[in-house]
Design a protein around this ligand. Structure first.
Ligand code: MN
Length: 202
């Protein structure tokens, strides 16, 4: 499993670079996937290269706190494993618009309605959280191990894994995710990304 264990490899995009146009443009996808995502992969491999004992661990194992990471490499491993985990989910979670799959599955839809009152209310809260991420980070709809939903604002490359939660929906709120097309208009990017976002099943 080269995508889940050392040496990590860049997973190919599951669709074309221009498949998310006009909401996310080809150039942004190229830089975001082939440059930014790849850099996290390369830096994670570099950080693990001198720690053979950690090389058999999966991304989740590296991030979940079940092993004590060596002090000299801890920050590099967590930042880059977080970057790999988040970007993997992010790109896998996007899909061309108008394919009829941009709504939650039946079970998740019911849980969203129960938790937030309605899908529209949830979408409003999630959008607000995405606009509210200060600096670089992510907005995540996560499932706790008690089966509850939470909207998380993750700083930098924090992940839901560190909180022992499952990622169901993830928006990249780093400027590199939208700057080429949207410049500083994060609100327009967040509004448009709903057209190409998909939810994981619960
Ligand atoms: Mn990113």
């Amino acid at each position: 499993m080269p995508y889940n264990r050392y040496p990590f490899e860049l997973p190919p995009l599951p669709y074309g670079y221009d498949a998310l146009e006009p909401y996310i443009d080809r150039k942004t996808m190229h830089y975001h996937h082939d440059k930014h995502f790849k850099t996290y992969i390369d830096n994670l491999n570099k950080a693990l290269s001198t720690h053979p004992k950690l090389q058999g661990l999966t991304l989740k194992q590296l991030l979940s706190g079940i092993v004590i990471l060596p002090r000299d490499a801890r920050t590099a491993i967590l930042n880059n494993a977080g970057g790999v985990y988040n970007h993997k989910h992010f790109f896998e979670g996007l899909a061309p618009a108008n394919t009829g799959i941009h709504i939650p599955g039946k079970a998740l839809g019911a849980l969203i309605a129960k938790t937030y009152g309605s899908y529209d209310a949830f979408q409003g809260l999630f959008t607000e959280a995405a606009l509210d991420v200060f600096g670089s980070g992510w907005t995540c709809l996560a499932l706790t191990n008690k089966g509850k939903l939470q909207i998380l604002k993750l700083k930098n490359q924090q992940t839901a894994v560190e909180k022992h939660m499952k990622t169901l929906l993830l928006f990249d709120a780093w400027e590199h995710a939208y700057y080429l097309k949207y410049k500083n208009a994060r609100a327009d990017y967040v509004k448009n990304i709903w057209h190409v976002a998909t939810f994981r099943q619960i």
